[in-house]
Design a protein around this ligand. Structure first.
Ligand SMILES: Nc1ncnc2c1ncn2[C@@H]1O[C@H](COP(=O)(O)OP(=O)(O)OP(=O)(O)O)[C@@H](O)[C@H]1O
Length: 220
């Protein structure tokens, strides 16, 4: 489903070019659940951003035989809205808005009417056992609740692929297990799940682990 061949990514910092990804070869099958590991600064988030189309790399990137390498960032934004759900490290929630509005956000960029939005958001929150939080502002939620809101929001437009950047990073053991079991359930339902993690237990719950070392993928 996702295939990268000899993918490179550099950043310019002042006059210096910093090479982060130095020839990534990666294949992720549809419906699989995989982990991406690597030391801090090794390029995990960068890789996730390229998979989602938030950033562009140099090299070949295909998604279901669609060549994304030549697409503009605008075209990649369309691709992302259609196919990708992103669960971000810091949840990227708007603190002053309530749970409903945060989860509804991706739908407000689409062609959904208010009734459709309401139905979808209520269903998504119910699936995450969050119906009681609908009108709470997100700054009132626990870490685990917040992460489930982030997952509900990532799922709201029914994407095929879920990308999660350190989804259990700041959670206690029991909450981590709850979040992991949600990802496993989504995987059983056929979603492709890609999780960036430092946590061996999270990686062990996945079918395959890819490690980034020296800018390349090493299968674990
Ligand atoms: N927009 C940018 N401009 C310049 N350098 C960047 C940019 N984004 C990332 N980098 C650099 O690229 C390298 C890889 O960053 P990235 O966030 O992908 O690492 P990571 O493996 O996800 O790290 P962590 O585990 O600490 O989150 C780092 O050295 C970072 O400073």
């Amino acid at each position: 489903m996702i295939k990268m061949v000899d993918l490179h990514k550099s950043y310019r910092v002042g006059t210096e070019e910093v090479k982060v990804l130095k020839g990534i070869d990666l294949e992720i099958k549809q419906g699989s659940m995989v982990a991406i590991m690597g030391r801090s600064g090794s390029g995990k988030s960068t890789l996730l951003n390229i998979i989602s189309g938030l950033e562009k790399g140099n090299g070949r990137y295909t998604f279901k035989d669609q060549n994304l390498s030549d697409k503009s960032l605008n075209e990649l934004a369309d691709f992302r809205r259609k196919h990708i759900g992103f669960v971000l490290q810091n949840c990227a929630m708007c603190d002053s808005k309530n749970v409903f509005d945060n989860v509804a956000l991706p739908l407000r960029y689409g062609k959904y009417n208010e009734i459709e939005i309401q139905n979808r958001v209520e269903k998504a929150l119910e699936a995450m056992e969050l119906s009681g939080t609908l009108h709470k502002t997100v700054d009132m939620l626990s870490g685990g609740e917040l992460q489930r809101v982030a997952i509900a929001r990532a799922l709201i437009h029914n994407p095929e692929v879920i990308l999660a950047d350190e989804p259990t990073g700041s959670l206690d053991e029991q909450t981590e297990q709850t979040i992991l079991s949600i990802f496993k359930q989504l995987h059983r339902e056929g979603k492709t799940i890609i999780i960036v993690t430092h946590d061996r237990q999270v990686a062990d719950a996945c079918e395959e682990t890819f490690c980034i070392r020296d800018g390349k993928i090493r299968s674990d």
